[in-house]
Design a protein around this ligand. Structure first.
Ligand code: SF4
Length: 244
């Protein structure tokens, strides 16, 4: 069967296990698929699964320049544990310089549009660069994380960046509890901020621990009360939240 047809067939099949999904991804795309991760729990599960399956893993991350030191510590632990090279993408220097010169180091607290500008420069633009060198990307997003993700499938055409790219979400139907069970069972190192009340970890100035019974993503951009979904734009595309 031609590659295109095989992809269309598999997209309709949302019953694969995470391991079957990963095996399909590597069999189909070889070294043209990457695990794109910020080293949250879900990304760690996927790296471990792919490593256990002996897949030809490529791990890619975006260093926004505003990560917690705990996240850098974890990245080093994962690099060592799995003997991985971790491809690291950074924001464009000129864009960053321009933004900080005009709006300061922490523009995101001032308005939603400035927050989206910062996410665009520090996350979304580097993501576009990552996809230039990949036909598909593997993510850790799950349906139950937030309302903007509740209709994702395990294998889908990438509607955010380029419909010719394939987006693979092996844990789409997993719960937060299942993710933790896997992490504990396999004794995988994780970001120590989780033990300090964090349930979702992004950039340091935009993430805080949550209180009991709060939504797991409520610690992200917590000051934007009810204004915007808890998204940075990586999973909804380059022009998300913008009028142009
Ligand atoms: S999460 Fe905050 S610091 Fe990070 S890119 Fe978005 S606005 Fe900027």
């Amino acid at each position: 069967m031609q590659k295109e047809k095989r992809i269309d067939t598999i997209i309709k099949n949302d019953t694969l296990s995470p391991q079957e999904t990963l095996s399909w991804a590597y069999n189909t795309f070889g070294n043209r698929v990457s695990i794109v991760t910020s080293f949250q729990l879900e990304g760690l599960v996927i790296i471990d699964m792919a490593y256990t399956l002996k897949c030809p893993i490529r791990v890619v991350t975006i260093d926004t320049g505003r990560l917690n030191s705990e996240t850098h510590t974890l990245i080093d632990q994962i690099r060592e544990k799995y003997n991985l090279e971790i491809e690291t993408f950074f924001p464009n220097h000129d864009s960053l310089n321009n933004m900080v010169s005009k709006f300061g180091t922490n523009p995101f607290y001032k308005s939603v549009s400035l927050r989206l500008m910062c996410c665009q420069i520090r996350k979304v633009d580097p993501m576009k660069q990552i996809l230039l060198d990949n036909d598909a990307w593997i993510t850790g997003i799950r349906r139950s994380q937030t309302i903007t993700r509740n209709d994702i499938t395990k294998i889908q055409k990438d509607t955010s960046y380029n419909k010719d790219k394939i987006k693979i979400n092996p844990l789409a139907d997993w719960t937060y509890e299942q993710v933790w069970e896997y992490i504990k069972e396999k004794n995988i190192p994780y970001n120590e901020l989780y033990d300090k009340g964090y349930t979702s970890i992004g950039c340091a100035p935009c993430t805080r621990p949550i209180k009991p019974n709060e939504d797991i993503r409520s610690g992200r951009w917590w000051w934007e009360k009810g204004e915007m979904p808890k998204e940075c734009g990586l999973h909804v595309g380059p022009s998300w939240g913008r009028s142009n």
